[in-house]
Write a protein that binds this ligand. Structure first.
Ligand code: GDP
Ligand code: IMO
Ligand code: MG
Length: 421
């Protein structure tokens, strides 16, 4: 049986915190897409950990952590992350299982990412520059390499062949800002170090575990509005972030998917470029940024902030068949007199409760509604009956709009600051 936990907005909803919180209910936590563009923060016992490629179950004994075929791996960043996580006390050698079919991010993929962004100028995506897009491009163009290839005696020759085309493109784009020698040195060094870890045929590994009655939690990265097919294209990432991505990113059949949990922030954020209809490009937005410490876990970039977008949330719930909602960062809204949410768009003068075909091109204005705020500090609350009435009304409003119950409320970054309803 596989349950899913994924982000319903533009990423950074708090997936890491919740995957870690839910891990005791599972035997396995698995990543099915994305790569080092993700930054998942976990806080426990006064310590903060940021994971990029390693699943968020790694700090629990008895939990296996699997990296599925849908993930893209940068050996250099991955080894840094492994060492950091080991230093924090996790048994990575014993608990991490790397799917051989995961894609390999080569040094030139990172250079290409920067070169493509540079060439786009003002239209740039705002990529994390981790090589994600170019690596998936090669995967689907059938020109990529996989992490299991590092054990092939011909690995280096195949690598040299693969990067020829990359170097041509980089030259065409007149992008000279890199030293390949240095990048390759750290790449090959990391690959040697990586060989000491566990590699598995993750589709067999996961299906055998399912067959023996184990419970798997599939942990999404990014968010539904960054999905390659359904997000605000082209301002998206290069993988399927919705629940459908689990089946192809892990090799599990749809019939094994059980509960889908969707995570959203009580408001909304986005990093990088692209449309963001409920954005508050004003003092209110700055207030959310300050109170919510909205700066990227991976890149440190300030996140754009706005009210909750109920139209986009309902869209994401539909795409993934979300059974249960989890609301994060409830504490951040305390003290705001009127809490807003986007209930519809005005597109070319007409009200719409669905997303337009092209969010980037549509002349789209937000229609907000407001509810009474609450002044109480929620961070110390641990049960539902302590919560203020106007906060509960806000939650009921979201449940009514989406038709899905909010089962968990997060009131702070720590594992313990979580209320189950
Ligand atoms: P992810 O990418 O979805 O795992 O989310 P990130 O870790 O990138 O961003 C979420 C940020 O919010 C992190 O800094 C978390 O520590 C923090 N966080 C998570 N839940 C809460 C919460 O309920 N309240 C507050 N104030 N911070 C939270
Ligand atoms: P987590 O898992 C927020 C955004 C980037 C950029 C776009 C494409 O921590 O929620 P990419 O590097 O994938 O080519 O970037 O997607 N982006 C994220 N934003 N959280 C993430 O991951 C993100 N991963 C990518 O900012 O706009
Ligand atoms: Mg993040």
């Amino acid at each position: 049986m596989v349950d899913v936990v994924l982000g319903l907005q533009w990423g950074d909803e708090g997936k890491g915190k919740i995957a870690d919180f839910l891990t005791p209910r599972y035997d396995v936590v698995a990543r099915f897409q994305g790569g080092p563009n993700a930054g998942h923060s976990l806080e426990m016992n006064g310590k903060k950990h940021v994971l990029n490629t390693i699943p968020s179950g790694i700090f629990h004994e008895n939990c296996m952590n699997v990296i599925g075929n849908g993930v893209v791996i940068d050996p250099v960043r991955f080894m840094e992350e492994i060492r950091r996580t080991e230093e924090a006390g996790a048994d990575v050698k014993g608990r991490l299982f790397i799917g051989r079919k995961a894609s390999l991010i080569m040094p030139t993929h990172k250079v290409l990412d920067a070169a493509f962004e540079h060439a786009k100028g003002d239209e740039k995506i705002g990529s994390t520059l981790r090589g994600i897009g170019p690596t998936y491009r090669d995967k689907y163009g059938r020109a990529g390499m996989r992490i299991g290839d590092i054990f092939d005696p011909d690995f280096e020759d195949r690598y040299r062949d693969a990067i020829k085309l990359h170097l041509n493109t980089i030259e065409q784009l007149k992008f000279g800002d890199f030293k390949l020698g240095d990048l390759e040195w750290e790449f090959f060094e990391a690959i040697e170090a990586l060989k000491e870890y566990n590699f598995v045929d993750s589709e067999y590994f996961v299906n055998d575990l399912i067959a023996s009655g184990k419970k798997v939690l599939a942990e999404g990265a990014q968010g539904s509005m960054l999905d390659i097919d359904f997000g605000s294209y082209p301002f998206v990432t290069s993988s399927n972030t919705i629940s459908g991505g689990v089946t192809v990113g892990l090799g599990v059949a749809p019939k094994h998917i059980n509960t889908v949990r969707g995570i959203f922030k009580a408001y909304c954020t986005r990093v990088g470029g692209g449309p963001f209809p409920s954005e508050l490009d004003n003092e209110e937005g700055q207030l959310l940024r300050d109170r919510g410490h909205e700066y990227g876990a991976t890149t440190g970039r300030p996140r754009r902030c706005g009210w909750l977008d109920l139209v986009a949330l309902k869209y994401a719930v539909m795409l993934s068949g979300v059974d249960e909602l989890i609301m994060m960062k409830s504490d951040v809204l305390s003290g705001i007199e009127k809490v807003g949410a986007l209930v519809a768009y005005e597109i070319d003068g007409k009200r719409s409760e669905t997303l337009p075909y092209d969010m980037c091109k549509a002349d789209l204005k937000p229609i907000f509604e407001y509810k009474e705020g609450w002044s109480e500090d929620l961070t110390q609350m641990r049960s539902e009956d302590e919560l203020p009435e106007s906060f509960k009304n806000y939650v009921s409003w979201i449940e009514k709009e989406t038709g899905v119950p909010v089962k968990i409320l997060s009131v702070g970054p720590d594992r313990s600051q979580t209320i189950i309803r």
